[in-house]
Design a protein around this ligand. Structure first.
Ligand code: SF4
Ligand code: SF4
Length: 356
């Protein structure tokens, strides 16, 4: 089946008002507002950006969409779940403070901001899906009380999954901490001592103190490692290795199955917007201003997370003239799409409909 993906060209320097108008135009095409009744609970799921990151979707770009949704229900809110790794988004207090520092306040947005999985990420419920990798998905509880969900996805490259878009923001982003851990549990990095300079940087980023410095190089304790991938990203000499063909395959398939659990639980009352603006090599979890890998392209919208991610990859690779996402981390990004299609999450076959 061919899915429709709506697209509008945009640049981050269009300015907040024009971007807000453009985002609203493609959002209207998804038809999600037809599912929203007067007292519907509607969540706008976003990544507020790690401290020091500047690539995240800006709150002022969303004014038009928020206005549309508030025209249907006053029970709308902006949300994200807590992270697996330590940092400013691993508990709801720090997370809300950081969201506020990045402009996501009720005053700026016109709606409340809620963290979806409780104070420390343990507030979840299970959704039984019985798929090949996941039998029961552990979802941040707030998402399971919704009448509709709109995922606002900053599309970027990603060290473990090749790219992070709609499938990742939904599957990983809406999982509770236990759900995120389940998806990462197969990642087992190791350190190539010939490449390791023993600088110690990875020790500061490891959330479980799984890395220690021995004579000559750092070493990972596999028993303590939770597979978050932080050490992979921060190691400049590239000494941290992992079996991307096996490890990434499992993470991507689990992520697609978690996305399926959300679509199943919410009876597909889920919409997706991919922002191909400030597309960076890594995701907004990076606590720094990341370099861009392509020029800004625009904003896409679709009810189908597989189709919108497929279309996003095609647009990015067309713009760069090569498979820029694979060039970044040598990861086969297509696994999440192919598995998503196989389990019925969506279709890799899409029709791109450009609007102005
Ligand atoms: S960051 Fe890389 S080079 Fe530095 S200690 Fe860790 S593994 Fe070794
Ligand atoms: S060793 Fe690396 S992947 Fe494992 S928990 Fe520490 S930072 Fe995460």
């Amino acid at each position: 089946m061919t899915s429709k993906v709506y697209f509008i060209r945009a640049k981050s320097d269009d300015g907040p008002e024009l971007l807000s108008t453009k985002a609203k135009k493609v959002f209207q095409k998804t038809g999600l507002t037809e599912d929203i009744k007067k007292e519907s609970f509607v969540a706008l799921k976003i990544h507020f950006g790690e401290i020091g990151n500047t690539g995240f979707i800006k709150p002022r770009w969303l004014a038009g969409i928020i206005g549309e949704i508030l025209g249907k229900t006053s029970r709308a809110f902006m949300t994200d779940s807590n992270t697996l790794y330590t940092g400013k988004r691993s508990n709801s207090v720090d997370h809300l403070r950081l969201a506020g520092e990045h402009g996501f306040t009720p005053e700026n947005l016109g709606l409340p901001v809620i963290i979806a999985d409780g104070l420390v990420g343990q507030d979840d419920d299970e959704v039984r899906v019985n798929l090949s990798r996941i039998k029961s998905a552990k979802i941040a509880a707030t998402f399971l009380h919704l009448d509709a969900l709109l995922c606002l996805n900053h599309f970027t490259g990603h060290t473990l999954t090749g790219f992070g878009g709609a499938i990742k923001n939904l599957g990983m982003g809406c999982a509770s901490r236990a759900g995120k851990l389940e998806q990462h549990s197969d990642i087992h990095p190791w350190i190539n001592e010939k490449k390791c300079t023993n600088c110690g940087i990875c020790l500061d980023y490891c959330p479980t103190q799984a890395i220690t410095q021995k004579e000559g190089s750092a070493v990972i304790d596999a028993e303590k490692c939770i597979g978050c991938g932080e050490c992979l990203v921060v190691c400049k000499p590239g000494a941290v290795k992992w079996r991307w063909d096996q490890d990434s395959l499992r993470v991507q398939e689990k992520m697609a199955e978690y996305s399926y659990a959300l679509h199943y639980a919410l009876k597909s009352k889920v919409g997706h917007l991919n922002f191909l603006l400030k597309v960076t090599k890594d995701c907004d979890c990076m606590a720094e201003d990341e370099p861009l890998i392509v020029e800004d392209i625009g904003i896409l919208a679709s009810p189908d997370p597989v189709a919108i991610d497929m279309a996003s990859v095609h647009l990015i690779n067309k713009q760069s003239g090569k498979d820029i996402l694979k060039a970044g981390y040598k990861v086969d990004w297509s696994i999440q799409l192919r598995h998503g299609e196989k389990i019925g999450l969506g279709s890799m076959d899409y029709e791109l409909i450009e609007t102005t």
